[in-house]
Design a protein. Sequence first.
Length: 173
Amino acid sequence: QRIREERARTTAYFFGALLILLLVIMGTATVLANALAGPITRLRDGLRTVAEGRFQRPIPVASRDEVGELVETFNDMQGQLAESRQRLAQQERELAWREMARQVAHEIKNPLTPMKLSIQHLQRAFDNGGTDDPAFKTAFKRITKTVSEQIETLASIANEFSTFARMPKRHLE
């Protein structure tokens, strides 16, 4: 009987020790899982912010293991993405200004052609008949009117371009 009690007590101690050991193992596993999951959770949150287009918040590196290296690599890539985005925005602005300059140059060339032709016609009329000829006076009035209108067109283009150049800056959101 005593041996049975001794065995029962030993078995109870053994199961008690196993239970405590199991609780210690589970507690240690929980602590380790949280230690591993914390940086991965921060990395996941960082990926979400990048997916939303925000590149300004680097993730703090808390460890020097593989996960820490992964976070450092992510931070480097995030910086490169932000820099790439800025370069792309700059290129888009430059492209827009080039296109605007091309259109303005085209619009300026349009009135210059009739002005040149009108002046050449006036020169020929002057060479052929002089200033006393009534046909010359009529041509002179018509041509000076055309040249004045084209000059007004050029001034209008310049004013519109100047107004456009003073447009407010974009604010990215």
